[in-house]
Design a protein around this ligand. Structure first.
Ligand SMILES: C[S@@+](CC[C@H](N)C(=O)[O-])C[C@H]1O[C@@H](n2cnc3c(N)ncnc32)[C@H](O)[C@@H]1O
Length: 228
């Protein structure tokens, strides 16, 4: 694993918030079979392992992420209970169900491009930001074990209400369990789909001169009444 590959996989504020939410409810992680879609560096899986998850499964489209994640989990003593797969979204785990599914998907509304040394597959969610979010939500019901739940990062400017509608259509409830502000670098903001930027500025995007921040949430999706 080379330096540039590891740099490209460095964890973000989104990952930090997801780990914070998981740490806040450690008893709900212990003994669970966990899956991360878009596992990247695998640091979220490592955190789940340290919180006592029974098994760790990760899926990522990039071979470098699978290689780096496999190394990290082995190094931290989770080699025997973890497996990482290279593949697209749900395909590598077809027919399988998990107690806890986590995701920090690429869902920034922009066309694929390389930014800050990251691969185009890291952040881009296509013009509306939902290219991966929607298939993730549609596939969730057949991959959640009974009583299972999902935790995912959700940009405020990508439409939490739309995600809630999809969850409800599948008999699931969506609740926000943590909200924070993330810094939006100018190079990223400059590439944001213009219609999203104009609709969200002053609402979920907050500009102070040359500096911008955006609302970001950790949402939990589970059968109604399952929420902690
Ligand atoms: C924002 S990063 C999150 C990474 C991880 N949470 C971390 O902190 O290292 C999104 C990840 O999704 C992966 N990805 C993009 N498209 C994917 C797809 N269709 N199926 C699976 N993973 C995908 C990317 O390679 C990247 O590692």
């Amino acid at each position: 694993m080379t330096g540039p590959a590891l740099t490209a996989l460095r964890p973000s504020e989104y990952t930090a918030a997801l780990i914070q939410a998981l740490q806040a409810e450690a008893p709900r992680v212990r003994g669970k079979h966990a899956l991360e879609i878009g596992s990247g560096s695998a640091v979220v899986l490592a955190a789940l392992g340290s919180l006592g998850a029974a098994s760790l499964c990760g899926v990522d489209i990039e071979q470098d992420a699978v290689d780096a994640g496999t190394l990290l989990l082995a190094k931290l003593g989770h080699g025997a209970t973890s497996q990482l797969h290279r593949g697209d979204m749900w395909l590598p785990v077809a027919g399988r169900r998990f107690d806890l599914i986590v995701a920090n998907l690429p869902h920034f509304p922009m066309e694929p491009c390389e930014l800050s040394g990251r691969l185009p597959t890291w952040s881009s969610g296509g013009s509306d930001g939902r290219w991966l979010l929607d298939p993730f939500l549609e596939g969730l019901p057949i991959h959640l074990a009974p009583g299972g739940r999902a935790l995912l990062t959700h940009n405020g400017f990508v439409g939490v209400a739309r995600s809630r509608e999809i969850a409800v259509r599948h008999g699931l409830a969506l609740n926000t369990i943590l909200s924070t502000l993330v810094y939006l670098p100018t190079e990223k903001l400059d590439r944001m789909t213009p219609s999203v930027l104009s609709a969200e500025e002053g609402r979920t995007i907050h500009r102070y001169g040359p500096y911008s921040f955006a609302d970001m949430h950790i949402v939990e999706i589970a059968a109604p009444g399952t929420a902690g």
